[in-house]
Design a protein around this ligand. Structure first.
Ligand SMILES: Nc1nc2c(ncn2[C@@H]2O[C@H](COP(=O)(O)OP(=O)(O)OP(=O)(O)O)[C@@H](O)[C@H]2O)c(=O)[nH]1
Ligand SMILES: C[S@@+](CC[C@H](N)C(=O)[O-])C[C@H]1O[C@@H](n2cnc3c(N)ncnc32)[C@H](O)[C@@H]1O
Ligand code: SF4
Ligand code: SF4
Length: 326
Protein backbone atom coordinates (compact mmCIF):
# COMPACT_ATOMS: atom_id res chain seq x y z
CA UNK A 1 0.00 0.00 0.00
CA UNK A 2 1.21 3.55 -0.76
CA UNK A 3 1.46 6.17 1.96
CA UNK A 4 0.64 9.86 1.58
CA UNK A 5 4.09 10.53 0.10
CA UNK A 6 3.78 7.84 -2.62
CA UNK A 7 6.10 5.43 -0.80
CA UNK A 8 5.23 1.77 -1.14
CA UNK A 9 5.05 0.28 2.36
CA UNK A 10 5.54 -3.47 2.07
CA UNK A 11 7.87 -4.18 5.01
CA UNK A 12 6.77 -4.85 8.59
CA UNK A 13 9.31 -4.89 11.41
CA UNK A 14 7.91 -6.86 14.31
CA UNK A 15 9.39 -6.46 17.77
CA UNK A 16 8.64 -9.79 19.42
CA UNK A 17 9.96 -8.83 22.84
CA UNK A 18 11.29 -5.91 24.87
CA UNK A 19 13.64 -8.23 26.68
CA UNK A 20 17.29 -8.69 25.83
CA UNK A 21 20.22 -10.75 27.09
CA UNK A 22 22.59 -7.81 26.41
CA UNK A 23 22.64 -4.16 27.41
CA UNK A 24 24.26 -2.31 24.53
CA UNK A 25 25.14 1.14 25.80
CA UNK A 26 23.56 2.87 22.79
CA UNK A 27 20.24 1.04 23.04
CA UNK A 28 19.13 -0.13 26.46
CA UNK A 29 19.68 1.17 29.99
CA UNK A 30 21.40 -1.18 32.44
CA UNK A 31 18.62 -0.88 35.03
CA UNK A 32 14.91 -0.16 35.08
CA UNK A 33 13.76 -2.41 32.25
CA UNK A 34 10.06 -2.92 32.73
CA UNK A 35 8.65 -6.45 32.67
CA UNK A 36 5.63 -6.09 30.42
CA UNK A 37 4.17 -9.39 31.59
CA UNK A 38 2.40 -11.96 29.45
CA UNK A 39 -0.92 -10.15 29.34
CA UNK A 40 0.55 -6.98 27.93
CA UNK A 41 2.50 -8.41 25.05
CA UNK A 42 1.16 -9.90 21.86
CA UNK A 43 1.02 -13.68 21.95
CA UNK A 44 2.73 -15.52 19.12
CA UNK A 45 -0.68 -16.48 17.75
CA UNK A 46 -1.73 -12.82 17.80
CA UNK A 47 1.45 -11.78 15.99
CA UNK A 48 0.90 -14.39 13.26
CA UNK A 49 -2.72 -13.29 12.94
CA UNK A 50 -1.73 -9.63 12.63
CA UNK A 51 0.90 -10.42 10.00
CA UNK A 52 -1.78 -12.30 8.04
CA UNK A 53 -3.99 -9.20 8.15
CA UNK A 54 -1.04 -6.96 7.22
CA UNK A 55 -0.38 -9.15 4.18
CA UNK A 56 -3.87 -8.28 2.97
CA UNK A 57 -2.93 -4.62 2.66
CA UNK A 58 0.37 -5.23 0.92
CA UNK A 59 2.99 -6.30 3.48
CA UNK A 60 5.32 -8.83 1.83
CA UNK A 61 8.44 -8.74 4.00
CA UNK A 62 8.71 -9.32 7.72
CA UNK A 63 11.66 -8.81 10.01
CA UNK A 64 11.60 -10.10 13.58
CA UNK A 65 13.51 -7.90 15.97
CA UNK A 66 13.27 -6.59 19.50
CA UNK A 67 14.83 -6.50 22.13
CA UNK A 68 16.47 -9.76 21.31
CA UNK A 69 14.07 -11.85 19.23
CA UNK A 70 15.74 -15.14 20.11
CA UNK A 71 14.97 -14.82 23.82
CA UNK A 72 11.26 -15.08 22.99
CA UNK A 73 10.11 -18.65 23.65
CA UNK A 74 8.81 -20.61 20.67
CA UNK A 75 10.04 -18.06 18.16
CA UNK A 76 10.60 -20.95 15.73
CA UNK A 77 6.88 -21.70 15.79
CA UNK A 78 6.12 -18.07 14.95
CA UNK A 79 8.49 -18.20 11.97
CA UNK A 80 6.83 -21.40 10.77
CA UNK A 81 3.39 -19.77 11.06
CA UNK A 82 4.46 -16.64 9.18
CA UNK A 83 6.10 -18.81 6.50
CA UNK A 84 2.64 -20.27 5.80
CA UNK A 85 1.25 -16.87 4.79
CA UNK A 86 1.30 -16.96 0.99
CA UNK A 87 1.95 -13.26 0.36
CA UNK A 88 4.96 -13.06 2.71
CA UNK A 89 8.08 -13.77 0.68
CA UNK A 90 10.87 -12.74 3.05
CA UNK A 91 11.18 -13.58 6.76
CA UNK A 92 14.33 -12.20 8.29
CA UNK A 93 15.67 -11.66 11.77
CA UNK A 94 17.99 -9.11 13.38
CA UNK A 95 19.85 -10.63 16.32
CA UNK A 96 22.79 -10.01 18.60
CA UNK A 97 23.95 -13.54 17.78
CA UNK A 98 24.31 -14.77 21.37
CA UNK A 99 21.78 -17.58 20.99
CA UNK A 100 21.64 -18.09 17.25
CA UNK A 101 24.20 -20.89 16.79
CA UNK A 102 22.25 -23.54 18.67
CA UNK A 103 18.92 -22.49 17.15
CA UNK A 104 20.08 -21.95 13.58
CA UNK A 105 19.03 -25.27 12.09
CA UNK A 106 15.51 -25.18 13.51
CA UNK A 107 15.09 -21.51 12.51
CA UNK A 108 16.12 -22.26 8.96
CA UNK A 109 13.90 -25.33 8.78
CA UNK A 110 10.97 -23.23 10.01
CA UNK A 111 11.37 -20.84 7.07
CA UNK A 112 13.78 -18.13 8.19
CA UNK A 113 15.26 -16.76 4.99
CA UNK A 114 17.86 -14.30 6.25
CA UNK A 115 19.74 -13.17 9.33
CA UNK A 116 21.42 -9.86 10.19
CA UNK A 117 23.83 -9.88 13.14
CA UNK A 118 24.67 -6.84 15.23
CA UNK A 119 28.36 -6.68 16.06
CA UNK A 120 30.17 -3.51 17.03
CA UNK A 121 33.61 -4.77 17.96
CA UNK A 122 35.97 -7.57 17.05
CA UNK A 123 37.87 -7.08 20.28
CA UNK A 124 36.67 -9.25 23.17
CA UNK A 125 37.13 -6.60 25.87
CA UNK A 126 35.59 -3.81 23.86
CA UNK A 127 32.69 -6.03 22.84
CA UNK A 128 32.08 -6.76 26.51
CA UNK A 129 32.27 -3.04 27.33
CA UNK A 130 29.74 -2.05 24.64
CA UNK A 131 27.28 -4.86 25.33
CA UNK A 132 27.84 -5.06 29.11
CA UNK A 133 27.34 -8.81 29.14
CA UNK A 134 28.10 -10.20 25.69
CA UNK A 135 30.46 -12.95 24.73
CA UNK A 136 32.18 -12.35 21.40
CA UNK A 137 33.02 -16.01 20.82
CA UNK A 138 29.29 -16.90 20.87
CA UNK A 139 28.55 -14.32 18.17
CA UNK A 140 31.44 -15.60 16.07
CA UNK A 141 30.11 -19.14 16.48
CA UNK A 142 26.68 -17.96 15.33
CA UNK A 143 28.03 -16.19 12.26
CA UNK A 144 30.04 -19.31 11.39
CA UNK A 145 26.91 -21.42 11.74
CA UNK A 146 24.94 -19.12 9.42
CA UNK A 147 27.77 -19.38 6.88
CA UNK A 148 27.82 -23.15 7.22
CA UNK A 149 24.07 -23.31 6.59
CA UNK A 150 24.37 -21.03 3.57
CA UNK A 151 21.88 -18.49 4.93
CA UNK A 152 22.97 -15.87 2.43
CA UNK A 153 23.32 -12.93 2.43
CA UNK A 154 24.69 -12.69 5.98
CA UNK A 155 24.86 -9.09 7.15
CA UNK A 156 26.68 -7.52 10.05
CA UNK A 157 25.35 -4.27 11.56
CA UNK A 158 28.01 -2.09 13.13
CA UNK A 159 27.08 1.17 14.86
CA UNK A 160 30.16 3.36 14.59
CA UNK A 161 30.91 5.52 17.63
CA UNK A 162 33.79 7.97 17.81
CA UNK A 163 36.38 7.01 20.41
CA UNK A 164 34.65 3.70 21.05
CA UNK A 165 34.98 1.49 17.97
CA UNK A 166 35.85 3.79 15.06
CA UNK A 167 39.43 2.49 15.22
CA UNK A 168 38.06 -0.88 14.02
CA UNK A 169 36.48 0.28 10.76
CA UNK A 170 39.26 -1.19 8.64
CA UNK A 171 39.21 -4.46 10.60
CA UNK A 172 35.55 -4.88 9.69
CA UNK A 173 36.28 -4.11 6.04
CA UNK A 174 39.02 -6.73 6.10
CA UNK A 175 36.44 -9.20 7.36
CA UNK A 176 34.19 -8.39 4.39
CA UNK A 177 37.12 -8.83 2.10
CA UNK A 178 38.09 -12.25 3.39
CA UNK A 179 34.63 -13.68 4.04
CA UNK A 180 31.22 -13.57 2.31
CA UNK A 181 29.89 -11.14 4.90
CA UNK A 182 28.10 -7.87 4.24
CA UNK A 183 29.19 -5.27 6.76
CA UNK A 184 26.93 -2.26 7.20
CA UNK A 185 28.29 0.74 9.03
CA UNK A 186 25.47 2.58 10.82
CA UNK A 187 25.45 6.14 12.05
CA UNK A 188 24.73 6.43 15.75
CA UNK A 189 21.19 7.76 16.31
CA UNK A 190 19.84 9.49 19.45
CA UNK A 191 16.91 7.05 19.67
CA UNK A 192 15.45 7.01 23.17
CA UNK A 193 17.66 9.82 24.50
CA UNK A 194 20.13 7.29 25.85
CA UNK A 195 22.79 9.13 27.93
CA UNK A 196 25.52 7.31 25.98
CA UNK A 197 24.47 9.19 22.85
CA UNK A 198 26.56 12.30 22.28
CA UNK A 199 26.46 14.27 19.04
CA UNK A 200 30.26 14.17 18.92
CA UNK A 201 30.20 10.37 19.03
CA UNK A 202 28.45 10.25 15.64
CA UNK A 203 30.81 9.30 12.84
CA UNK A 204 29.22 10.23 9.53
CA UNK A 205 29.12 7.87 6.59
CA UNK A 206 31.32 10.23 4.58
CA UNK A 207 33.98 10.10 7.31
CA UNK A 208 33.76 6.31 7.42
CA UNK A 209 34.07 6.08 3.63
CA UNK A 210 37.02 8.42 3.59
CA UNK A 211 38.88 6.24 6.06
CA UNK A 212 38.07 3.06 4.14
CA UNK A 213 39.06 4.52 0.79
CA UNK A 214 42.53 5.35 2.06
CA UNK A 215 43.16 1.61 1.95
CA UNK A 216 40.44 -0.07 -0.13
CA UNK A 217 38.81 0.65 -3.44
CA UNK A 218 35.02 0.62 -3.16
CA UNK A 219 32.88 0.44 -6.22
CA UNK A 220 29.18 0.26 -6.97
CA UNK A 221 27.52 -2.88 -8.14
CA UNK A 222 27.16 -4.88 -4.93
CA UNK A 223 23.80 -6.49 -5.40
CA UNK A 224 22.90 -7.58 -1.88
CA UNK A 225 19.38 -8.83 -1.26
CA UNK A 226 17.58 -6.66 1.28
CA UNK A 227 14.79 -4.27 2.05
CA UNK A 228 16.68 -1.78 4.15
CA UNK A 229 18.33 1.56 3.64
CA UNK A 230 21.97 0.44 3.26
CA UNK A 231 23.92 1.60 0.21
CA UNK A 232 26.27 -1.25 -0.65
CA UNK A 233 29.65 -1.34 -2.37
CA UNK A 234 31.99 -4.05 -3.49
CA UNK A 235 35.60 -4.11 -2.39
CA UNK A 236 38.12 -4.99 -5.06
CA UNK A 237 38.95 -8.66 -4.67
CA UNK A 238 36.57 -9.04 -1.74
CA UNK A 239 34.13 -11.85 -0.97
CA UNK A 240 31.60 -9.69 0.87
CA UNK A 241 30.52 -6.08 0.63
CA UNK A 242 30.49 -2.87 2.61
CA UNK A 243 27.29 -0.91 3.16
CA UNK A 244 26.43 2.39 4.78
CA UNK A 245 23.34 3.42 6.71
CA UNK A 246 23.44 7.21 6.84
CA UNK A 247 20.50 7.70 9.18
CA UNK A 248 21.76 11.03 10.52
CA UNK A 249 23.83 12.74 7.82
CA UNK A 250 21.75 11.78 4.80
CA UNK A 251 18.42 10.31 5.84
CA UNK A 252 16.76 7.84 3.53
CA UNK A 253 13.18 8.56 4.60
CA UNK A 254 12.20 9.40 1.01
CA UNK A 255 12.61 5.70 0.22
CA UNK A 256 11.05 4.44 3.43
CA UNK A 257 9.15 1.18 2.94
CA UNK A 258 8.30 0.14 6.50
CA UNK A 259 6.10 0.31 9.56
CA UNK A 260 6.71 -1.28 12.92
CA UNK A 261 4.75 -3.32 15.40
CA UNK A 262 5.90 -3.24 19.02
CA UNK A 263 5.89 -6.16 21.43
CA UNK A 264 3.04 -4.57 23.38
CA UNK A 265 0.92 -4.43 20.26
CA UNK A 266 1.22 -0.90 18.90
CA UNK A 267 1.69 -0.06 15.25
CA UNK A 268 4.29 2.64 14.99
CA UNK A 269 4.29 4.58 11.73
CA UNK A 270 7.91 5.69 11.98
CA UNK A 271 10.98 4.89 14.07
CA UNK A 272 11.09 8.55 15.10
CA UNK A 273 7.43 9.62 15.02
CA UNK A 274 5.48 9.14 18.22
CA UNK A 275 2.22 8.12 16.64
CA UNK A 276 1.06 4.60 17.56
CA UNK A 277 -2.09 2.56 16.85
CA UNK A 278 -3.19 0.02 19.42
CA UNK A 279 -3.81 -3.31 17.68
CA UNK A 280 -3.53 -5.26 20.94
CA UNK A 281 -6.54 -3.37 22.26
CA UNK A 282 -8.39 -3.97 18.99
CA UNK A 283 -7.77 -7.72 19.36
CA UNK A 284 -8.95 -7.63 22.98
CA UNK A 285 -12.15 -5.97 21.75
CA UNK A 286 -12.61 -8.78 19.21
CA UNK A 287 -12.20 -6.39 16.29
CA UNK A 288 -12.78 -7.92 12.87
CA UNK A 289 -9.93 -8.37 10.41
CA UNK A 290 -11.39 -5.47 8.43
CA UNK A 291 -11.08 -3.14 11.40
CA UNK A 292 -7.53 -4.31 12.08
CA UNK A 293 -6.62 -3.91 8.41
CA UNK A 294 -7.97 -0.35 8.63
CA UNK A 295 -5.63 0.31 11.60
CA UNK A 296 -2.67 -0.87 9.48
CA UNK A 297 -3.84 1.34 6.62
CA UNK A 298 -4.20 4.33 8.93
CA UNK A 299 -0.69 3.80 10.34
CA UNK A 300 0.62 3.78 6.77
CA UNK A 301 -1.45 6.75 5.58
CA UNK A 302 -0.29 8.82 8.54
CA UNK A 303 3.42 8.05 8.23
CA UNK A 304 5.45 11.25 8.55
CA UNK A 305 7.56 12.19 5.56
CA UNK A 306 10.86 12.06 7.47
CA UNK A 307 12.55 11.99 10.86
CA UNK A 308 14.02 14.99 12.68
CA UNK A 309 16.52 13.18 14.86
CA UNK A 310 19.21 15.74 14.16
CA UNK A 311 17.18 18.08 16.37
CA UNK A 312 17.19 15.48 19.16
CA UNK A 313 14.82 12.72 20.18
CA UNK A 314 12.34 14.89 22.08
CA UNK A 315 11.31 14.57 25.72
CA UNK A 316 7.78 13.51 24.72
CA UNK A 317 9.10 10.66 22.52
CA UNK A 318 9.04 8.08 25.27
CA UNK A 319 10.28 4.85 23.73
CA UNK A 320 13.83 3.54 23.52
CA UNK A 321 15.25 1.48 20.65
CA UNK A 322 14.75 -1.88 22.38
CA UNK A 323 11.07 -0.97 22.90
CA UNK A 324 10.47 0.07 19.30
CA UNK A 325 12.31 -2.67 17.42
CA UNK A 326 15.42 -1.06 15.95
N1 LIG B 1 16.50 5.92 10.46
C1 LIG B 1 16.13 4.65 10.41
N2 LIG B 1 17.04 3.69 10.67
C2 LIG B 1 16.65 2.43 10.60
C3 LIG B 1 15.34 2.06 10.29
N3 LIG B 1 15.23 0.72 10.29
C4 LIG B 1 16.44 0.26 10.59
N4 LIG B 1 17.31 1.28 10.78
C5 LIG B 1 18.73 1.16 11.11
O1 LIG B 1 19.27 0.25 10.17
C6 LIG B 1 19.90 -0.80 10.84
C7 LIG B 1 19.80 -2.08 10.05
O2 LIG B 1 18.54 -2.65 10.19
P1 LIG B 1 18.26 -4.20 10.05
O3 LIG B 1 17.45 -4.63 11.23
O4 LIG B 1 19.50 -4.95 9.81
O5 LIG B 1 17.31 -4.27 8.81
P2 LIG B 1 17.40 -3.82 7.29
O6 LIG B 1 18.61 -2.99 7.04
O7 LIG B 1 16.06 -3.25 6.95
O8 LIG B 1 17.56 -5.22 6.60
P3 LIG B 1 17.73 -5.74 5.10
O9 LIG B 1 16.39 -6.19 4.66
O10 LIG B 1 18.67 -6.87 5.24
O11 LIG B 1 18.27 -4.63 4.26
C8 LIG B 1 19.23 -0.84 12.20
O12 LIG B 1 20.14 -1.35 13.10
C9 LIG B 1 18.93 0.59 12.49
O13 LIG B 1 20.07 1.19 13.08
C10 LIG B 1 14.40 3.10 10.04
O14 LIG B 1 13.24 2.91 9.76
N5 LIG B 1 14.85 4.36 10.12
C1 LIG C 1 17.48 -2.74 18.75
S1 LIG C 1 18.38 -4.06 18.01
C2 LIG C 1 17.23 -5.41 18.09
C3 LIG C 1 17.71 -6.70 17.51
C4 LIG C 1 18.84 -7.41 18.21
N1 LIG C 1 18.77 -7.37 19.62
C5 LIG C 1 20.16 -6.90 17.71
O1 LIG C 1 20.87 -6.23 18.46
O2 LIG C 1 20.47 -7.17 16.56
C6 LIG C 1 18.33 -3.72 16.26
C7 LIG C 1 19.40 -2.85 15.72
O3 LIG C 1 19.28 -1.54 16.23
C8 LIG C 1 20.56 -0.98 16.24
N2 LIG C 1 20.58 0.16 17.16
C9 LIG C 1 20.19 0.18 18.45
N3 LIG C 1 20.35 1.40 18.97
C10 LIG C 1 20.86 2.19 17.99
C11 LIG C 1 21.25 3.55 17.92
N4 LIG C 1 21.14 4.36 18.97
N5 LIG C 1 21.73 4.02 16.74
C12 LIG C 1 21.84 3.20 15.67
N6 LIG C 1 21.46 1.90 15.67
C13 LIG C 1 20.99 1.41 16.82
C14 LIG C 1 21.42 -2.13 16.74
O4 LIG C 1 22.78 -1.96 16.41
C15 LIG C 1 20.82 -3.31 16.01
O5 LIG C 1 21.51 -3.55 14.80
S1 SF4 D 1 21.04 -3.51 20.30
FE1 SF4 D 1 19.96 -5.45 20.38
S2 SF4 D 1 21.35 -6.68 21.66
FE2 SF4 D 1 21.90 -4.62 22.06
S3 SF4 D 1 20.69 -4.02 23.83
FE3 SF4 D 1 19.58 -3.37 22.00
S4 SF4 D 1 18.18 -5.01 21.67
FE4 SF4 D 1 19.77 -5.82 22.99
S1 SF4 E 1 12.97 7.45 10.31
FE1 SF4 E 1 10.80 7.03 9.82
S2 SF4 E 1 10.46 7.78 7.75
FE2 SF4 E 1 12.68 7.67 8.07
S3 SF4 E 1 13.27 5.66 7.26
FE3 SF4 E 1 12.89 5.38 9.46
S4 SF4 E 1 10.73 4.81 9.65
FE4 SF4 E 1 11.04 5.64 7.59
Amino acid sequence: MFDSYARNIDYLRVSVTNRCNLRCKYCMPEEGIEDLGHDNILSLEEIAHLVRVAARIGIQKVRLTGGEPLVRRNITKLIADIAQIPKINDIAITTNGMLFADMAEELKAAGLTRVNFSLDSLDEDKFKYITSRGNLSEVVRSISKALELGMVPIKINTVVMKGINDDEILDFVELAQKMPLHIRFIEFMPVGDIPFYKADRVVTVSEIRERIEQKYELYKGANVQGNGPAKSYQIRGGMGSVGFISAMSDHFCGECNRIRMTADGKLRSCLFGKQEFNVKLALQNHASDEIIAELFSKAIREKPNRHHMNEGWGADNKRKMYQIGG
